[in-house]
Design a protein around this ligand. Structure first.
Ligand SMILES: Nc1ncnc2c1ncn2[C@@H]1O[C@H](COP(=O)(O)OP(=O)(O)OP(=O)(O)O)[C@@H](O)[C@H]1O
Length: 269
């Protein structure tokens, strides 16, 4: 069966420390899952240290697995040089946790969009006007316009706006997959849902698949088609998001859900 992304028995072991105090940390252990050709939102949830970011880094080709294989569109993910990285990033784009870290504070945000348009466009390098059109089209998909962000520095935008600009930038190469690692954890709580809703729209309107890494069960429940729950580097439960979260089977999944419910119903202080 064809798959957009396939992880087969992927393990990642980090070595820590020097010669004397060397320690091995198994961040991800024998993880297998796939995304089909149909656009979908797959959430990967788990508490801090469960291996979510390491899985994201391997999918993005930033970290090489110690064992196992990752395939994107039928080909093993292996990036050896700049040309291979550019080709891969046309298809698979990251969305980082902190948009303020993704942008240099001294550089106007529209410059990032134009550069991305120039670096990733197929065929002839777009001129200024074409780059502006590409940037504007991407911004419209995230509910902004070029007019609104033109000439602005990162600190002149809110965290939510800046995260949307970062997502617009990721859309410019017209990727097939976004890997969003905790994309709303630095965004004001009142704006989180708007960004998560945006993922749903991008899936439907652009046919994008999205891997949404989070420890926020509520947004994962709301937006995802499928969910994977990780604990200590291993997948402990997986399936359709609503089915899993409505009736979690693994004790760890139940504990995660109970923790959310307890927080929701705790008296305001
Ligand atoms: N570069 C590294 N070198 C050594 N150990 C690492 C490295 N990156 C991650 N780890 C370890 O691997 C384990 C999994 O970390 P990872 O960041 O993938 O988990 P996570 O679920 O994304 O956590 P968080 O939500 O805190 O980012 C942790 O024990 C972490 O300390």
């Amino acid at each position: 069966m064809s798959a957009l992304l396939r992880l087969s028995h992927v393990t990642k072991v980090y070595r820590q420390g020097g010669l004397l105090g060397r320690r091995l940390i198994t961040a991800v252990k024998d993880v297998s899952f796939e995304l089909g050709e149909e656009p979908e939102i797959l959430s990967i949830v788990g508490e801090s240290g469960s291996g979510k970011s390491t899985v994201a880094a391997m999918i993005l080709g930033q970290t090489v697995p110690t064992e196992g294989e990752l395939q994107f569109a039928g080909k093993t993910v292996a990036i050896h040089n700049r040309a291979e990285r550019t080709a891969f990033m046309k298809e698979v784009q990251p969305v980082l946790q902190n948009p303020f870290e993704a942008f240099n504070p001294l550089k106007r945000v529209d410059r990032y969009l134009f550069e991305t348009a120039r670096n990733f466009s197929a065929g002839k390098r777009p001129d200024r006007q074409q780059a502006e059109r590409m940037a504007d089209a991407a911004l419209v998909h995230v509910g902004l316009t070029l007019e609104e962000v033109k000439g602005r520095f990162p600190h002149e935008l809110s965290g939510g706006q800046l995260q949307r600009v970062a997502i617009a930038r990721a859309l410019i190469p017209q990727p097939r997959l976004l890997v969003a690692d905790e994309p709303v954890s630095m965004v004001d709580a009142s704006l989180r849902m708007a960004i998560v809703n945006l993922f749903g729209r991008l899936k439907n309107e652009l046919g994008l698949s999205i891997i949404y890494i989070t420890h926020d069960l509520a947004t994962a429940y709301y937006v995802s088609d499928n969910i994977i729950i990780m604990r200590k580097g291993e997948i402990v439960e997986r399936g359709r998001a609503r089915a899993v979260l409505d009736d979690p089977q693994h004790p760890y999944s139940r504990a995660l859900k109970d923790a959310v419910l307890a927080a929701d119903f705790s008296p305001a202080t």
